[in-house]
Design a protein around this ligand. Sequence first.
Ligand SMILES: [Zn+2]
Length: 100
Amino acid sequence: MNCINCKGDMQEITTTFKSRWGDYTVTIQGVKGHKCDQCDELVFSPEEARMVQNITAGFADSQVKDKPDLINLQETALTICSWIDYTIFVSICVPLFMVR
Ligand SMILES: [Zn+2]
């Protein structure tokens, strides 16, 4: 995979991503992406971007009082939930996370 900016080599990395949905901001750890060796351009796959959006929107829209401000994808069941539909995510995965 080559960089869209400078055509440099891109390495797969795991990073921390700050995501926002409305008034809700959450830091998500363990997001996989590709980073350019030369210019530091960061690219996420559509699946990964959708997952981050699902998680952020899911918690933002949920009725729970104590929404997490930090989520580690490698430590939670959310990784499994992340690949499914947004509506399913909200009904199954948000409650699942909250009982932990
Ligand atoms: Zn580059």
